[in-house]
Design a binder for this molecule. Structure first.
Ligand SMILES: Cc1cc2nc3c(=O)[nH]c(=O)nc-3n(C[C@H](O)[C@H](O)[C@H](O)COP(=O)(O)O)c2cc1C
Length: 132
């Protein structure tokens, strides 16, 4: 079984490109060493992240993240065990999405948009939560 933890956190300063790059290099290196995969999404100052791996390693990394001064606060949304990894190929996948793009999609009637939304990262995260 694979342990996963989903949390969100709020940035303590306005992240710029170099801050994301620095964060991802650091996170991917440590995750690779610990066998942790997952997904990090950033939207308008808030991060949402899934970490998956063995329970001990995931909790250890989350403890570092909780203490990280780049975040004001973090809150666990869900955690538990799943049959297999959901994000197999990444030490930490990353996407930035804008609030505008979410709002536009919500208000759009185009027939293909439904398909796009059902494959959107946030919806995949929800599927992950329901996959227990
Ligand atoms: C939004 C955010 C996501 C992070 N994700 C990870 C991650 O997936 N893996 C990781 O090792 N560190 C991640 N970090 C960095 C950790 O907070 C921490 O700086 C790093 O793991 C080094 O830990 P240490 O200071 O306890 O040695 C993240 C930090 C932030 C702000």
């Amino acid at each position: 079984m694979i342990y996963y933890l989903l949390y969100y956190g709020v940035e303590s300063f306005k992240f710029e490109q170099k801050d994301f790059e620095e964060l991802l290099v650091q996170a991917r290196e440590r995750n690779e060493g610990l066998g942790i995969t997952g997904k990090l999404i950033y939207c308008e100052g808030t991060f949402i992240q899934v970490l998956e791996g063995n329970e001990y390693s995931v909790k250890e990394v989350y403890q570092s993240i909780e203490k990280d001064s780049r975040l004001i606060a973090t809150k666990i949304v869900a955690e538990g065990l799943v049959g297999e990894r959901y994000f197999k190929d990444w030490s930490m996948d990353f996407n930035q999405i804008s609030l505008n793009s979410i709002n536009e999609l919500e208000n759009c009637n185009h027939p293909n948009v439904g398909e796009y939304i059902s494959n959107a990262p946030a919806v995949k995260l929800l599927k992950l939560l329901n996959a227990k």
